[in-house]
Design a protein around this ligand. Structure first.
Ligand SMILES: Nc1ncnc2c1ncn2[C@@H]1O[C@H](COP(=O)(O)OP(=O)(O)OP(=O)(O)O)[C@@H](O)[C@H]1O
Ligand SMILES: [Mg+2]
Length: 382
């Protein structure tokens, strides 16, 4: 999400040095587009996209090597990437734009700087406009029970959404214990929500207090000490969430297990409540109690989406029994992987990056894609 005043960040996937040099030369002459990198190896594109977070990607359709240009485009598309891709080709190998297959536009050699800038601007504007239609999304990760995986899931979900190209902020809504501080091994003096001005909070204030994690997401931390949590009011939370909504495409909020005023303010502000359940009778009982409370408050049924965490550890409770108790089958499930989760959490790295091929990481990716397809925020909001 670049604003109209900032440069469009372009990633070029090109293995012919002369073509890369040609594009570089064309872009050197203007300010609107910044070439962030030239990737020559198709198998490295996904990693570079995740690290550099470009706004637009140009892929040489004729890219050679193990991962050919066509395959790069397919892989980006299959991964649910939200970044427009332009195919670069030559007249002898014509390609048709096909947004359904992830080809937002085509540019054929030789092209002028004017043509290049125009096509990059056009696909970027179209992508930004469709973003505007969908709006930003606030996902509150909640459970009325401690230790069920809220922090673990929030962190890994946020990182997955960022790797899909969404500008993502993770907010620590567990204000007393600030779970993300310990998970990410953030220094004690790192700024928190308390460092935001109390009256008029602006976008520039945000930049000063966010923790930029190496995993590619920005994090708004909770206060550094338990007793400071009470200095954050419901009004502060409302203001902060609406500001984050303006700046980020997705805001994920890791919540505490209680239903106090601040938690209710977060849940109210959320488009989607991702409510974690486990195969544990106390958790299920509390979940049903909360479902009653949500009905009484007037949340539409579609606002809550259930996630069964450690879904393969049923402990004698059958999936049918859980579905019957909840009144519907849970929308998402994530399996248990004690070794990977504990190791990753202990190192403060997301397991979805440490081991993207693991089943638990695939489960989170499936959930992320499905959450993004959920109804537009306005429809889900109370
Ligand atoms: N899918 C999973 N597989 C294996 N272990 C998991 C999984 N999800 C969470 N855990 C483990 O469960 C423990 C609790 O997780 P986490 O801290 O994320 O829960 P929480 O709901 O945020 O807890 P709290 O209520 O204290 O905030 C951690 O040790 C974590 O490693
Ligand atoms: Mg937690």
């Amino acid at each position: 999400m670049s604003s109209s005043t900032s440069q469009i960040r372009l990633l070029l996937v090109e293995d012919v040095p002369q073509v890369a040099q040609y594009v570089r030369g064309l872009l050197n002459a203007q300010q609107a587009i910044k070439l962030v990198d030239v990737v020559t190896d198709g198998s490295r594109v996904a990693a570079q996209v995740q690290q550099l977070r470009p706004d637009v990607i140009v892929v040489d359709w004729l890219l050679q090597g193990r991962t050919k240009g066509r395959r790069v485009v397919e892989v980006l598309h299959e991964g649910g990437l939200h970044i427009p891709v332009i195919a670069l080709t030559v007249p002898q190998s014509p390609v048709e734009p096909d947004p359904k297959a992830g080809i937002a536009a085509v540019i054929s050699m030789p092209f002028s700087g004017f043509e290049l800038v125009n096509v990059v601007n056009a696909v970027h504007a179209a992508a930004s406009a469709s973003e505007g239609v969908h709006g930003s999304r606030v996902i509150a990760v909640f459970a009325p029970k401690g230790g069920v995986g809220k922090t673990t899931i929030s962190f890994n979900l946020a990182v997955t959404l960022a790797t899909l190209g969404h500008r993502t902020c993770l907010m620590d809504g567990s204000l007393q214990f600030g779970d993300l501080r310990s998970l990410l091994k953030v220094p004690g003096d790192a700024p928190s929500i308390l460092d935001l001005p109390t009256d008029r909070v602006g976008e520039s204030d945000l930049a000063d207090v966010l923790w930029r994690d190496p995993s590619g997401i920005d994090i708004l931390l909770a206060p550094p000490r338990v007793e400071l949590a009470e200095m954050v009011s419901v009004r502060d939370v409302d203001k902060v969430v609406s500001l984050l909504r303006r700046v980020y495409q997705v805001v994920v909020i890791d919540m505490a297990a209680t239903l106090g005023d601040v938690s209710l303010a977060i849940l109210d502000a959320a488009d989607t409540v991702l409510e974690i359940v486990t195969y544990d009778s106390t958790t299920i009982r509390n979940t049903l109690a909360v479902a009653d409370a949500f009905r009484a408050i007037g949340y539409p049924a579609g606002k809550v989406r259930y996630l069964v965490n450690r879904a393969d550890s049923a402990g004698g409770i059958r999936p049918d029994d859980l579905a019957r108790a909840l009144g519907r089958a849970p929308e998402h499930s994530v399996i248990s992987d004690g070794k990977l989760v504990v190791e990753s959490n202990n190192q403060g790295v997301p397991f979805v990056l440490a081991s993207p091929e693991a089943q638990i990481s695939r489960d989170v990716a499936t959930m992320a894609a499905s959450l993004l397809k959920a109804p537009a925020p306005a429809a889900a909001r109370r």
